[in-house]
Design a protein around this ligand. Sequence first.
Ligand code: SF4
Length: 426
Amino acid sequence: MIRVQAVAPDSLGAALGLVPGTELLAINGRPLEDFLDWEFLTADDVFLLHARHPSGEEVEYDVERPEGLPMGVSVEPPRIRRCANHCDFCFVDGNPAGARDVLYIRDDDYRLSFRYGNFATLTNLKPWDVARILEYRLSPLYVSVHATDPVVRRWLLRNPEAPAIVPQLQAFLEQGITFHTQIVLVPGVNDGPELERSLADLWSLGPGILSVSIVPVALTEYSKHALVREPTRDECRAALGVAGAFARRARSERGHPWCIGADDLYLQAGLDLPPAEWYGDFEQRENGVGAVRYLQTRIAAELGRLGGQAGRRVAVLTGRAMGPLMPQVIEPLARATGARFEIVTLDNALFGRSVTTAGLLPGAAFRDALRGRRDLDLALLPAEAVNDDLLFMDDMSLEDLAGQVPMPIRLSADFTDALALDEVAA
Ligand code: SF4
């Protein structure tokens, strides 16, 4: 059973009388487990829906969908599938007390992998899950491979039951399911020859492995430092060397680089990022792979829409990772608008200084940086620092923050979105 969360007006769901709280029991006699069942089984034009209204009344609807009329029903989020692994580098162990509740959940859910691009390990799949992936054609999936050697992978995942990943991927590939994959680089475990082997194995699986990203392991002050460490500059360079060899081969044989280092890997190696073309359609940008070049591409495309904002004082707040890269990102904006941008790079007091990504900054960090700044006309905050309920990592709300700082604040994904709002308002 799944429960209706919201119904759009002028939708088929509203016409049927579905309301928040209605329980959706079955389609064509097939019980509903989650949003996947709902979306796939209602894709037909004709189906039988069995529902229970909040009053307790059960109704069977013979649905004939008028052409072009959406169902307009969103359902409550699924119960998250828990992870079967215990990685030494797990971000959950790296969380301090006081972060959002959701950050303490070890999720490993192929459904979220398909829908949102979350990485899953596929170590907790039941036969029923495999059947659903194949039936609903859940492709591409995003998979954390880490190492193709079963022993090394089990060590990294701290899961002696983890199935061998190569045969597992192979079986799905034969059925037409494709994958974006990642290798979290743990020095001394899956770098060097292990990295070469993993890339060779993934390459040999064919073009259904759409991409491989190499991401340096990220730790916080709370992580298990006795068991795992971050790679050195030389280790990052060595990994990029291995990745580069595969990328050159992939470009010549498959027309795209295929094996791509995360932005962080380049930063930690002290090397320039590759050009935007390197990242194709930026499929792994949410994973920090090509995120900077994607940002620059978006800004370049939107610059023409921004009017003059000469003399305006705008603060751009970000984490330590993006701080050094921001001047080259902001420079075209300053040129196009005449505004005076100030890049404010923040430490992460919640997770520790080693956590440098903007998306994990707590609300308190923004508040502390901005509350004495009466010289600013506007502050732009990274959109990814809040969740759907507009809460920061420390559960401070965006509204609370706005009430504690002296200038307007705006969330921004690429700066042009927030600056263009002024054009609308003008
Ligand atoms: S796969 Fe590893 S890092 Fe991911 S949630 Fe599970 S234990 Fe944590």
